[in-house]
Design a protein around this ligand. Structure first.
Ligand SMILES: Nc1ncnc2c1ncn2[C@@H]1O[C@H](COP(=O)(O)OP(=O)(O)OP(=O)(O)O)[C@@H](O)[C@H]1O
Length: 668
C-alpha cells in the first residue's frame, strides 16, 4: 500500500503529530468547539437509527392493538423530531465554527510563508525552482491547510458514526460489520492512488502553469500594456497562454476521467455487495428470523455504513493528498535561512540576557574565537590599500588614518561568487579597500558583474569564497550586513504610498518623521516636484490606487534616492542612481555629493563615466575580474580600459558638439 514517493503511513503520522497540533495551537477554543460539533453530529445518525427501529416496532405493536402502543409511538416520534432539531442547530453552529477556524488557519498559514520569505537569502529569488515551490506552498496552504481541517473533522465524525453502525450490524452477526470494513479497502486504495497522482501532476505542471500565469499577466497587466499595443502582441501572447493553459487543463481532465472511472467501478462493486446483503436480510425477515424494525434498521445501517465508510476513506485519502502539499510547506519552512534574521536577533537577545542554552553558548563562543583568529582585516586593509594604490602608482587617495582603525571603511578580500546553477563564477577573486567616508565608483561593460559585486558586498548574496569587512569587522552575509546599507537599486521599487511614506520606508521606525523626509528629499533633488504635488508630501504616488499621482521615471528615481538618504546608514550603494535623471539634476547631485553623502562610504555603479570623475576611487570590472583601480586622472594616465571607455564616451559628446555648428552652417 505504500508508494515509493509518498508513503501513506508517515504522511498521516506527520498529519497527526505536526499539523493537527499546529492547527490546535491556532485557536484551542475553536478547535475544541469543532471537535465537539463533529462528535455530536457523529452521534446523531445512530441515535436516529435507534429511534426509527423502536418507532417501527412501536407502530407495529400499536397496530396489533397492544396496550400503550400508540403513546409509545408518539413519544418516540417526538424524540425523533427533537433529535432532528438538535442536528439542525448543530449544523448551523458548526458552520460558524468552521468559518471562523478557516479564517484563522488561513491567516496563520499564510503568515508562516510570508515570515519565511522574509528570512530567506536573496539567492533563492533568482531560482525558478524556488518560485515553483513558493507557488505550490502559497496556493497550497491557502486552502489546503483549511480543507485538511474540514476533512479531518469529517473523518472524525464518520469514524464515530461508523462505529455506532458497525455495532448495530455486529449485533446481528460480526461478519456483517467485518464485510463492510473489507468492502471499503479497494475504495481507500483507489483514492490514495488518485491523491498521489494528482499531487504529482500538480508538481509536474507548476512550471507550465506559472508560465501561463506570466502570459496572463502580460495580457492583463499594466507593466506590458504599452508594448503589447505598440508591437501588437495580443494575438501572439494569447496563443502562448492558450497553448500552455490547455496542455495542463487537458492533462487534468484526462486524470479526472481516469480517477472518476476507477471510483465509479469500486463504488459500484460495494453497492452491489450491499444490495445483495439487503436481499439476504429480507429473506431472513420473511422467514421470521428478524423483526420488521430490525430489518428496517439493518438495511438502513448497511446503506449508511457503506456511505459513511466511503466518506471516511475519501476524507482520509484527501488528508493524505493535502498532506503531500503540507509536507512541502513544512519543507519550505525548514529551508536554511540567512543569518542576522529576526530569529537570530531574538536568540542573540536571549544570549545577552544569559538565557541561551549551553549548546548555543558554545556555538557562539566558537564562532567568536574563529572571528578572533581571522585576519586583522582593517589594519591589513589599510596597508593593502596604501601599498596597492601606491605600488601601482595609480592612486593617491589618502586613507582616513594611516595608523588608526578605519571606522567605517569597506574591505573586500578574495571575493568569488557564482550564481546558483551557473557553471562559471560571475565574480572572481576581487579584493579592494574602500576607505571610510569616500565614494568608490564601479564601472565596466554590461554584464561585467558590477551589480552582483555590490550585492555581495552588501551581504545580499553569500560568496563561496572571500570576506567582507565593514569598519574593520568581518561580518557574514545577511541582515547584520545589509542592515548597515542604504541603497538605490537599478530596479528600485515604486512603492505606491504617499510621498512621505515612500521616502520614510527607508527607515520604517521613523516612517512618520516628515521633517526627516523633507530633508532627504531636498538632498536627492526631489523636494521641488513633491512641493508641487496636489497634497505635497501627503500625495499618494503611483497609478495603482485611488487618487494616486503617477510620477516620471526620473522623479521616481529621486524618491528612491531620498529613501536611501532617509536611512541613517554608514554605507550607501547607488546602482545607476541617476540613469533616468535629467543632466542638470544629475550634475547638481554629483556636485553636491560629497556634502550629501555626509561622511558615508558610498559604492556607486555607473555607466556615465563623467559622473565617476568625482569619485575618490574607481574600480574597473571586466568579466567578473577587477582589472583596474585608481582615480580618474590616474586611470586616464594609465591609458587602459577605463581610459578607452572614457574616450569613447567623450568622443561621442564631442562629435555631437561638432555636428551642431555643421548643421547650423548647412542651414545658413
Ligand atoms: N540572478 C542571476 N542569476 C544568474 N546569473 C545572473 C543573475 N544576475 C545576473 N547574472 C549574470 O551575472 C553577470 C553579471 O551581471 P550583473 O548584473 O552583475 O552585471 P552588471 O555589470 O551590473 O551589468 P549592467 O551594466 O548591464 O547592469 C551577467 O552575465 C548576468 O547574466
Amino acid at each position: 500500500m505504500t508508494m515509493k514517493t509518498s508513503p501513506v503511513a508517515p504522511t498521516l503520522k506527520i498529519f497527526f503529530t505536526r499539523v493537527l497540533p499546529l492547527l490546535w495551537r491556532l485557536s484551542p477554543r475553536l478547535f475544541a468547539a469543532s471537535v465537539a460539533v463533529h462528535l455530536l453530529q457523529a452521534a446523531i445518525p445512530s441515535l436516529q437509527l435507534y429511534w426509527t427501529q423502536a418507532l417501527i416496532d412501536a407502530v407495529a405493536a400499536a397496530a396489533r392493538q397492544e396496550p400503550g402502543g400508540w403513546s409509545r409511538a408518539g413519544l418516540l416520534l417526538g424524540l425523533q423530531g427533537a433529535t432532528f432539531a438538535l442536528e439542525h442547530a448543530i449544523r448551523f453552529g458548526g458552520a460558524y465554527v468552521l468559518a471562523a477556524t478557516k479564517q484563522k488557519a488561513n491567516f496563520e498559514l499564510n503568515r508562516s510563508v510570508i515570515d519565511k520569505c522574509a528570512r530567506l537569502p536573496l539567492v533563492y529569488f533568482d531560482q525558478p525552482d524556488y518560485y515553483d515551490k513558493l507557488q505550490r506552498v502559497s496556493k497550497g496552504v491557502e486552502y489546503r491547510g483549511v480543507s485538511i481541517l474540514e476533512h479531518g473533522f469529517q473523518l472524525l465524525q464518520s469514524v464515530f458514526t461508523i462505529a455506532g453502525f458497525l455495532a448495530i450490524l455486529a449485533s446481528l452477526h460480526y461478519s456483517l460489520a467485518l464485510g463492510m470494513l473489507l468492502l471499503v479497502i479497494p475504495i481507500f486504495l483507489v483514492n490514495i492512488r488518485i491523491g498521489q497522482q494528482k499531487y504529482r501532476q500538480i508538481v509536474h505542471q507548476t512550471p507550465a502553469s506559472r508560465r501561463a500565469e506570466y502570459f496572463a499577466e502580460l495580457l492583463k497587466g499594466r507593466e506590458a500594456a504599452k508594448e503589447m499595443r505598440v508591437f501588437d502582441l495580443f494575438g501572439y501572447m494569447k496563443e502562448q497562454w492558450r497553448t500552455l493553459y490547455w496542455v495542463n487543463a487537458g492533462e487534468r481532465i484526462a486524470l479526472e476521467k481516469r480517477s472518476l472511472l476507477k471510483q465509479f467501478w469500486t463504488e459500484t462493486f460495494s453497492m452491489a455487495v450491499t444490495t445483495g446483503t439487503a436481499f439476504y436480510l429480507l429473506f431472513l425477515t420473511v422467514r421470521g428470523a428478524l423483526t420488521l424494525g430490525h430489518f428496517a434498521a439493518l438495511t438502513q445501517a448497511l446503506a449508511t455504513t457503506r456511505h459513511q465508510l466511503i466518506i471516511a476513506v475519501v476524507n482520509l485519502s484527501r488528508i493524505h493528498e493535502e498532506m503531500l502539499f503540507m509536507n512541502e510547506w513544512l519543507a519550505f519552512l525548514a529551508l536554511p535561512e540567512e543569518t542576522g534574521t529576526e530569529r537570530d536577533d531574538a536568540e542573540r537577545r536571549k544570549a545577552e540576557n544569559g538565557e541561551a542554552d549551553e549548546g548555543e553558548t558554545k556555538r557562539r563562543k566558537k564562532a567568536s574565537r574563529e572571528a578572533d583568529r581571522s585576519e586583522p582585516i582593517q589594519g591589513d586593509a589599510e596597508r593593502l590599500f596604501t601599498e596597492r594604490s601606491g605600488g601601482s602608482g595609480s592612486c593617491r587617495i589618502p586613507v582616513s588614518s594611516a595608523s588608526g582603525r578605519d571606522p567605517a571603511g569597506i574591505s573586500v578580500r578574495g571575493l568569488t561568487f557564482t550564481y546558483p546553477g551557473q557553471a562559471e563564477p560571475t565574480l572572481r577573486d576581487i579584493s579592494f579597500d574602500a576607505p571610510a567616508g569616500r565614494t568608490i565608483a564601479i564601472v565596466g561593460g554590461n554584464g561585467a558583474g558590477k551589480s552582483t559585486l555590490v550585492k555581495c558586498i552588501m551581504g545580499l548574496y553569500e560568496p563561496e569564497e572571500g570576506a567582507v569587512s565593514l569598519g574593520g569587522t568581518r561580518i557574514g552575509a545577511g541582515r547584520e550586513r545589509y542592515g548597515k546599507f542604504g541603497a538605490v537599486f537599478q530596479d528600485f521599487v515604486r512603492f505606491q504610498f504617499s510621498a512621505q511614506q515612500s521616502i520614510g520606508l527607508g527607515d520604517p521606525e521613523r516612517l512618520e518623521d516628515l521633517a526627516r523626509a523633507e530633508t532627504a528629499a531636498s538632498r536627492a533633488g526631489a523636494g521641488e516636484f513633491i512641493a508641487r504635488l496636489p497634497q505635497g508630501f501627503a500625495t499618494p504616488l503611483g497609478a495603482m490606487f485611488q487618487d494616486g499621482r503617477e510620477l516620471s521615471y526620473g522623479q521616481w528615481q529621486k524618491i528612491a534616492l531620498s529613501r536611501a538618504f532617509f536611512k541613517d546608514a554608514p554605507y550607501i550603494v547607488l546602482d545607476e542612481p541617476t540613469s533616468a535623471m535629467d543632466p542638470i539634476a544629475e550634475a547638481q547631485l554629483f556636485e553636491r555629493f560629497a556634502r550629501l553623502a555626509a561622511g558615508k562610504t558610498t559604492l556607486m555603479v555607473s555607466h556615465r563615466l563623467g559622473s565617476c570623475r568625482f569619485a575618490d576611487l574607481i574600480l574597473v570590472l571586466r568579466d567578473g575580474r577587477l582589472v583596474e583601480r585608481g582615480t580618474h586622472d590616474e586611470l586616464m594616465r594609465d591609458g587602459g580600459e577605463y581610459a578607452r571607455m572614457y574616450a569613447t564616451q567623450a568622443k561621442w559628446y564631442l562629435k555631437m558638439n561638432d555636428s551642431r555648428p555643421l548643421a547650423s552652417s548647412g542651414q545658413g
